[in-house]
Design a binder for this molecule. Structure first.
Ligand code: SIN
Length: 496
C-alpha cells in the first residue's frame, strides 16, 4: 500500500527550525528597518515563511562587512580557501535532502530535480577549490638586462552577486565558487521568490568554518535599493548577474557610475535542430530533457525545435507520445515530473505564446491549457504542450517562452536552418542532432552561440565554460576560465 504524501506536513517539518534573517557577518539578523516579506509556495500558494526584508542600510552594512573581511581572506593561502570550499561542498551533499526539499517548496521543481541541483551546486565549489590552487602568474622575458617583468593575478575585491529563482542554489555557487576561490568577498542577493535556499547556504558556510564577512546574503523583496547601494559604492569592484536581458542592460548602464567589472548571464532563445540522419530516439529523449528541464524554466531550454522534413512527422508523433506521459503535480509528490510555473505572470506569457501561435496557423498536438484548478492548485500548473507547423513569424519563436511548450518547426536544408537558428539577438545555447561527423563540425562552427550541444541536450557542467554571445551576456562562468572573472591582472616591472 502506498501512503499518500502530505505536502503541507512536509512543508511544516522542513521549516520548523527556520530562523532566517539578513545574513551579515555570519549572523542572521532582522532588517535594519524591521521590515519583512513573505515567501510562498508556487505549487499551493501557501505562505511558507515571513523573513526580514533587506533594504539600503542592510546593503551598506553587508558591504562594510565584506570590505572588512577582504584583506585577511585574500591573504589566506589558496590551499586553505580551497579546503573551506571543499568542506562547504561536502556539507551541501550531506544536507542534500533538506536543501532539496526547501528548494522544491519555494521554487516548485520536482524533488528529483532539486536533489540534482544540490549536487550540481556543490560541484561548483569543488571545481573552484581546485582552480584556487592553480591561479598562476607569469614571468615575461625583458628586453633589457636590468629588469624583471612579472604578471600577478589578484582578487578583484568585494563582489556583488545577483542570482535568479530558477536555480536558487546552483547559480549562487557558480558565482560564489570562483569569487571565493580567487580571494574575493561577496555580497549576494538571491531572487525574491527563492531566498531560502540561499540563506541555507549561509548556514553551510558558517558550519564549514568560513570567517565572518566573507559571504553575506541579503534577501529582499525589492532589488532596487540593493542595486542603488552596490552600484554607488566604490568598494564593490564587480557585479555578476544572472537574469533577463532587459535587467542586464540596466545593470550595464549602472556599472558606468563607478566603472565596475560586470558579468552577465542573460536570456536565450535556444534552437534545437534535428536533422534527417539523427538517431530518432536519442533526439526525442534529448529534446524532452532540454525542453522540459525545470518545467521549461531555464535559460538554456530548447525554445525552438527545428525538425528536418524527412523526419518531421515521425519525430512529432514520437515526441508527443513521450511528452504525453509526463506527470504534472506538486514537486514533493514522487510521481511528479513537472512542477508549477513560478507565478501567474509566467503562466500569462505561456498563454500568450500559445494563443499567438494558434492564431497564426500553428496546430495543437498536445496540451495547450492550464491544469484543471482544484483547492491545492493556484493555477500555476500547465499541461505539457506540443505545437506543430510553427513558423518564424510567431511570438513563440521570437521570445523565450520559459514554460513547458514545445514548438516544432519544419525545415528543408542545413543552410536554411542555420540561418533561422542565428536569426535572433540572443546566443546562449544551441543544440543539434545528427550522425554525420563532418556536419557536427560545420554546424557547430556556424552557430552563433556560447554553448553548443551536439547530440547532447544537457551540456552544463562545472568543468566547462557557461555563457552567451550577442545579447545573452558577457563573460563565462564555470570551467577553467570562470575564475578569471574574479581576478585582476597586475603587471610588476622590477628594476635590478
Ligand atoms: C540557467 O538557466 O541559467 C542555468 C542552467 C544551467 O546551468 O544549465
Amino acid at each position: 500500500m502506498t501512503i499518500p504524501v502530505d505536502t503541507r506536513t512536509i512543508a511544516r517539518q522542513t521549516l520548523a527550525d527556520a530562523a532566517y534573517g539578513v545574513f551579515i557577518d555570519n549572523t542572521f539578523r532582522p532588517a535594519a528597518d524591521g521590515r519583512t516579506f513573505e515567501v510562498t509556495n508556487p505549487a499551493t500558494g501557501d505562505l511558507l515563511v515571513s523573513i526580514p526584508d533587506a533594504g539600503a542600510a542592510d546593503a551598506r552594512a553587508a558591504i562594510d562587512s565584506a570590505a572588512a573581511a577582504l584583506p585577511a581572506w585574500a591573504a589566506l593561502p589558496a590551499q586553505q580557501r580551497a579546503d573551506l570550499l571543499r568542506k562547504a561542498a561536502a556539507l551541501m551533499v550531506e544536507r542534500k535532502e533538506h536543501l532539496a526539499t526547501l528548494m522544491t517548496l519555494e521554487q516548485g521543481k520536482p524533488l528529483t530535480e532539486a536533489r540534482g541541483e544540490i549536487v550540481y551546486a556543490a560541484s561548483f565549489l569543488t571545481w573552484f577549490a581546485g582552480e584556487a590552487e592553480r591561479v598562476y602568474g607569469q614571468i615575461i622575458p625583458a628586453s633589457v638586462a636590468n629588469k624583471r617583468l612579472m604578471v600577478l593575478r589578484q582578487p578583484v575585491g568585494v563582489v556583488a552577486l545577483i542570482t535568479p529563482w530558477n536555480f536558487p542554489s546552483a547559480m549562487l555557487t557558480r558565482k560564489l565558487g570562483p569569487a571565493l576561490a580567487a580571494g574575493c568577498t561577496a555580497v549576494c542577493k538571491p531572487a525574491e521568490q527563492t531566498p531560502l535556499s540561499a540563506l541555507e547556504l549561509g548556514r553551510v558556510f558558517i558550519d564549514a568554518g568560513f570567517p565572518p564577512g566573507v559571504v553575506n546574503i541579503l534577501p529582499c523583496s525589492d532589488p532596487i535599493p540593493f542595486s542603488d547601494v552596490i552600484f554607488a559604492d566604490d568598494r564593490v569592484r564587480k557585479v555578476s548577474f544572472t537574469g533577463s536581458t532587459e535587467v542586464g542592460k540596466i545593470l550595464i548602464r549602472s556599472s558606468a557610475a563607478t566603472v565596475k567589472r560586470i558579468s552577465l548571464e542573460l536570456g536565450g532563445n535556444a534552437p534545437f535542430i534535428i536533422f534527417d540522419d539523427a538517431d530518432l530516439e536519442a533526439a526525442v529523449k534529448g529534446a524532452i530533457a532540454s525542453k522540459f528541464r525545470n518545467n521549461g524554466q531555464t535559460c538554456v531550454c530548447a525554445n525552438r525545435i527545428y525538425v528536418q522534413r524527412g523526419i518531421y512527422d515521425r519525430f512529432s508523433a514520437r515526441f508527443a507520445e513521450e511528452v504525453g506521459k509526463m506527470r504534472v503535480g506538486n514537486g514533493l509528490l514522487p510521481e511528479s515530473v513537472l512542477g508549477p510555473l513560478i507565478d501567474m505572470a509566467a503562466r500569462l506569457k505561456v498563454e500568450r505564446h500559445i494563443s499567438d501561435a494558434l492564431a497564426h496557423g500553428a496546430k495543437l498536438m498536445l496540451g495547450g491549457s492550464a491544469m484543471p484548478d482544484d483547492a491545492n492548485v493556484p493555477g500555476t500548473f500547465w499541461q505539457p504542450t506540443v505545437l506543430t507547423n510553427v513558423r518564424a513569424d510567431m511570438l513563440i519563436t521570437q521570445e523565450e517562452t520559459f514554460g513547458p511548450v514545445a514548438p516544432l518547426i519544419p525545415f528543408e536544408t542545413e543552410e536554411e536552418v542555420i540561418a533561422a537558428a542565428n536569426d535572433t539577438p540572443f546566443g546562449l545555447a544551441a543544440y543539434f542532432y545528427t550522425r554525420d561527423v563532418s556536419r557536427v563540425m560545420r554546424v557547430a562552427e556556424r552557430l552563433e552561440y556560447g554553448i553548443i550541444g551536439a547530440n547532447d541536450a544537457l551540456p552544463s557542467t562545472a568543468q566547462a565554460p557557461f555563457g552567451g554571445v550577442k545579447q545573452s551576456g558577457l563573460g563565462r562562468e564555470g570551467g577553467s576560465v570562470g575564475i578569471d572573472e574574479y581576478l585582476e591582472v597586475k603587471y610588476l616591472s622590477l628594476g635590478i
